[in-house]
Design a protein around this ligand. Structure first.
Ligand SMILES: CC(C)(COP(=O)(O)OP(=O)(O)OC[C@H]1O[C@@H](n2cnc3c(N)ncnc32)[C@H](O)[C@@H]1OP(=O)(O)O)[C@@H](O)C(=O)NCCC(=O)NCCS
Length: 565
């Protein structure tokens, strides 16, 4: 599979008629990358490297159809507008090659990317290489040369040095070890995809079985990678090498981002933190291939997948399940091995995201599902399910009726609240403090008369589920920016209006899902999965206790179950 760069991804080059853009477009095509077009304002209608040139990214997308990736070869001062143009046109992955892009411009690109669900590698990146599939940017030279020093295999590389990204692939190849994808995250202090985000992608990539990370002094990228491991969000073996051991505080070591300031970002601290979470630390760069060989030798063997289709065009891919005689795998893990080992909610998380959360996160996930299993006879999903059941609909039809009633105004608050949290975080990446960003969002929503999802409740003034969920999130070490943000939003509301608006269960769920790096589109899925048992219970009760076609008065239900404990 590989990450970011792949043979099926359709790529455009912004700045394709420039010196570097043109020569690199040719090299990318030569290696097999699907470069389908390019953009240079004023040069639309021409051809470069054998592909059409357009005046704007929007035009390119309209003419070419789906475009997955844009690689930018544009001088630094013009990068901001070119990147925003690509994001605005709907491109979800950018590779920003140029160096010296102003930090403030990068922050603006980052904010726009977050808002549009896009991501970018760089700036100041050599690019991305998925051997035998595709190369993006300036990595490697001629295709024939790349083929000599990099072949496909199980090791992912994430590196803060361009030169070391390729050397690492070269040394691994000499030791007979192939690479899934090599990513140069970029040498600047602020980059679109720091190590931790690359590790998240490697976690979901079935081809990658082990990751080698080249870190450096400066920034908190390596510490964030360690946090990710500690939170159970990166579970594959990691070999880390940290450069800059001898650097003194205040001295820059090679790249713009490699500088220790105020005692932070030092070599010893990074090494200690990574060791603490179980990473393999390579003391010497040359040791890496041997450590990788040893780690790989101890991993269980995997059989390469083969298609049964006679016509290759009929082959399609799924990363969810793999069924072989006597072996059923979910996201690469044997179901029989998971049974009895992981909780149902851990397995749900695995199915939805591709990675298994650590055992210490399991009680939190269980609590999240428990918190939404049912909440009375009045919610529209319950009423719809009971109404359908009372008409004689079979279980599946009544359940579908219930699920179909979970929408923007019922159960949909989780997704909306996650987007609010992301919007506050996007403001923070533009330099605002958390409190200011939260207040700005509250004011904006109030001015537009929009509902602040995840806050306030018709009945509860201190929702007991919220308190329990947030306490568990803190206990499991999951609570991070998402939880801080929802707390900041409720505080901001009180500051602005003088009235309380407590965090409700949807807000707590949204904050935790955000901290678990779940995409907002899946937020409501968690609610629907949680609610399904409650709906089934209501349907069965309706069918077994009530007369068909009765008039249901939602507020007139009287509880007659077991005594409250
Ligand atoms: C990005 C970089 C490679 C461009 O250099 P270059 O190719 O020599 O620059 P050029 O001026 O020849 O080409 C830039 C092209 O972008 C075009 N361009 C400018 N704005 C544009 C936009 N918004 N959209 C599309 N194209 C645009 C220019 O018109 C120009 O094309 P033209 O020459 O046909 O007019 C260079 O600025 C750079 O940053 N080099 C360092 C890269 C590096 O080391 N990265 C880190 C590796 S570790």
């Amino acid at each position: 599979m590989a990450i970011i760069a792949a043979s099926h991804k359709r790529v455009i080059v912004q700045g394709i008629t420039g010196r570097e853009g043109l020569s690199r477009a040719r090299l990318m095509l030569d290696y097999g990358t699907q470069v389908v077009g390019g953009v240079t304002p004023g040069k639309g209608g021409q051809e470069a490297a054998g592909v059409p040139v357009f005046d704007s990214v929007k035009q390119a997308c309209a003419e070419l159809g789906n475009v997955d990736i844009s690689v930018l070869f544009i001088p630094a001062p013009l990068v901001r507008s070119a990147a925003l143009e690509a994001i605005d046109a709907g491109i979800k992955t950018l590779v920003i090659v140029p160096d010296r892009v102003p930090v403030y411009d990068v922050l603006e690109i980052d904010a726009a990317a977050r808002q549009h669900g896009a991501r970018f590698v760089g700036p100041n990146t050599l690019g991305v290489l998925s051997p035998e599939q595709a190369v993006l940017g300036m990595m490697g030279g001629r295709a024939a040369a790349i083929r000599e020093w990099a072949f496909a295999g199980p090791v992912g590389i994430t590196s803060r040095s361009g030169g070391i990204t390729t050397s690492m692939a070269y040394y691994l190849a000499r030791a007979g070890i192939g690479v899934s994808t090599a990513v140069h995250v970029g040498g600047d202090s602020i980059v679109g995809m720091p190590h931790a985000r690359v590790l998240e992608l490697f976690e979901r990539d079935p081809q990658t079985r082990l990751v080698v990370m080249f870190g450096e002094i400066g920034t908190s990228q390596e510490e964030e990678a360690a946090d990710l491991i500690e939170r159970g969000l990166f579970t594959k073996p990691l070999i880390a090498y940290i450069g800059g051991k001898g650097a003194k505080e205040g001295t820059r070591f090679s790249h713009a981002g490699a500088i220790i300031e105020g005692g932070r970002g030092g070599h010893a601290g990074k090494v200690a933190r990574l060791r603490e979470v179980g990473a393999h630390i390579a003391e010497h760069f040359n040791d890496i291939p041997q450590i990788a060989a040893d780690v790989l030798a101890n991993l269980p063997a995997v059989k390469p997948a083969e298609s049964t289709a006679k016509d290759p065009a009929q082959t399609w891919h799924t990363a969810i399940t793999d069924i072989q005689p006597n072996a059923i795998r979910l996201r690469g893990r044997r179901l029989d091995a998971l049974m009895g080992e992981v909780t149902f909610s851990q397995a749900i998380f695995l199915a939805l995201t591709g990675h298994l959360p650590a055992a210490h996160v399991a009680p939190l996930l269980d609590a999240m599902f428990v918190s939404s299993i049912d909440h009375g006879t009045t919610p529209p999903s319950t009423l719809s399910a009971r109404t359908a059941a009372s008409t004689g609909a079979p279980l599946n039809a009544a359940l579908a009726a219930g699920l179909l009633s979970i929408n923007a105004f019922h159960g949909g608050a989780v997704e909306d609240a996650m987007r609010m949290i992301a919007a506050v975080q996007a403001r923070m990446s533009q330099g605002m403090s958390l409190d200011d960003a939260a207040q700005a969002l509250v004011e904006e929503y109030r001015a537009a008369k929009r509902v602040l999802s995840g806050l306030g409740h018709r009945i509860h003034t201190a929702d007991p589920r919220t308190r329990q969920l947030l306490a568990l999130a803190a206990e499991c070490g999951v609570a991070a920016a998402g939880v801080d943000t929802i707390r900041a939003l409720t505080a901001a509301f009180t500051r602005v209006t003088g009235k309380p608006l407590p965090i409700n269960v949807d807000g707590a769920l949204a904050a935790i899902l955000y901290d678990l790096r779940i995409p907002p589109e899946l937020g409501n899925a968690f609610f629907m999965i949680a609610r399904t048992p409650g709906l089934v219970a209501h349907i069965m009760e309706e069918k077994t206790r009530e007369k068909p076609m009765r008039v249901i008065y939602p507020n007139h239900a009287v509880y007659d179950g077991p005594e409250p404990e």
